[in-house]
Design a protein around this ligand. Structure first.
Ligand SMILES: [Zn+2]
Length: 418
């Protein structure tokens, strides 16, 4: 196993010393680094890691952020650290290099400025750090949560950029929106009998086809999302290859069970990336954890449908996503540590699905993390997770993240490096 280390706080080089970090990781067996976000902070000042070359942004509506004077020294330290790491022999990738988020005009991936500005930022970043080996996109993805008011709302996006994109693709935007609303209504009209019927009778892919034939506009909506993501990531892929064919592009979708819901099809994504980095995130609560999503789905279904209890809601959610969590019968139990059966059954199942959908394992470097908010995964769970990953045949992963890693966790990770 050859893990990649994610440096989620790039000022670690400044705070801990670049030489120390480079030697520590190299001696531990790490040979690839993902660096990002490319943001620096000093006191109240926050800004990008380099001063932009405005020539790259001609034709963009928005201009790039300037490097504040207070951050110039930190910028030099980071630039030197990137160079030193590359000279040592590390492959360097960037994650969230400021390709989006610097402008206000909506974060929708169908805003054409996202690609225009994003590619300008990518060219500028590569010019600043010519040792760059690649870029790892974090999403973009469509919402996946049914909990009302959640930041990742499944019932979006229907903004004007999406409407324009739908017109361009010949999709019936209004029909897709109506299908989304019908889905919303259906989720609050689920009787225990209908849920039990779904759990007990649905067994294979043509059951899903049957459901979608009943609601074709819903399938059109999912197809629309997948095409939008393919176009967005594809634009970055072509842009990156124009810089240098050797530079890689990767993308990090959610885990197999949730990916289609967010608009991701691993095989199609594989055609516009060099590798993909699905999120093997299993924590409760917080952002993007599997238990958190199961919890929010089941809790919302209980709240929306008064005759539905937790056990039935959980069984429904497991059936919907095609995995189970051995021993989990209540929402409270999702806050307990993951048991060995989960790592013996559920995790291998999700990884096998990931490999089946993607193809060669060389094209997979899943994100592995312990939390993103929420309940932190313990060192013991990390060990069980890494055992499951190694047994699955995967050859790499991206460890999230260096500055959050305890000495004990570093020891556990090193035990799997060969
Ligand atoms: Zn939109």
């Amino acid at each position: 196993m050859r893990p990649v280390m994610f440096m989620g706080q790039i000022q670690a080089f400044e705070n801990d010393g670049a030489d120390y970090i480079i030697e520590r990781l190299w001696d531990g067996g790490i040979r690839e680094l993902v660096l990002g976000d490319l943001i620096l902070r000093q006191g109240d000042t926050q800004g990008p890691s380099f001063a932009p070359n405005v020539d790259f942004y001609q034709g963009c509506e928005k201009q790039p952020p300037q490097l504040p004077t207070d951050l110039e020294a930190s910028s030099r330290i980071f630039g030197d650290a990137v160079k030193a790491a590359a000279d040592k022999g590390f492959a360097i990738y960037f994650h969230d290099w400021g390709q989006f988020g610097w402008f206000e005009s909506g974060s929708c991936l169908n805003n054409p400025e996202q690609v225009r500005y994003g590619l300008a930022r990518t060219r500028d970043t590569f010019a600043q750090y010519p040792d760059t080996g690649g870029f790892v996109l974090d999403g973009p993805e469509y919402g996946y949560e049914i909990e009302p008011g959640h930041r990742s709302d499944i019932f979006g996006c229907f903004c004007r950029h999406c409407e324009n994109k739908a017109r361009e693709l010949g999709c019936d935007f209004a029909a897709m929106q109506e299908a989304a609303e019908r889905l919303r209504a259906r989720l609050s009209a689920l009787s225990p009998a209908v849920m039990r019927g779904f759990i007990e009778t649905q067994t294979g892919p043509f059951d899903a086809v049957d459901l979608l034939l009943q609601e074709p506009a819903l399938f059109d909506w999912i197809r629309f999302k997948t095409t939008c993501i393919e176009h967005y990531v594809g634009a970055f892929y072509r842009g990156v290859k124009e810089i240098d064919p050797k530079v890689k592009l990767a993308c990090g979708p959610r885990i197999s069970a949730f990916a289609p819901l967010t608009g991701y099809n691993y095989r199609r994504l594989g055609e516009v990336t060099d590798f993909i980095a699905p999120k093997l995130y299993f924590w409760q609560h917080g952002i993007d954890g599997l238990k958190g999503t199961v919890f929010r789905y089941a809790k919302t279904l209980v709240e929306l449908n008064e005759e539905v209890d937790e056990g039935l809601a959980l069984d429904f959610v497991f059936k919907l996503f095609g995995f189970t969590m051995p021993g989990v019968r209540t929402l409270d139990e999702l806050s307990a540590p993951l048991n060995e059966a989960f790592f013996r059954e559920t995790v291998p199942g999700e990884i096998a699905k990931m490999i089946f959908r993607t193809g060669p394992v060389e094209r997979l470097k899943p994100w592995v993390g312990l939390h993103h908010g929420g309940v932190r995964i313990s060192s013991n769970e990390l060990e069980l997770l890494l055992q499951a990953i190694v047994a699955s045949g995967l050859q790499s992963l991206i460890y999230w993240h260096y500055s959050d890693m305890s000495e004990e966790e570093w020891q556990v990770l090193q035990g799997f490096i060969s």
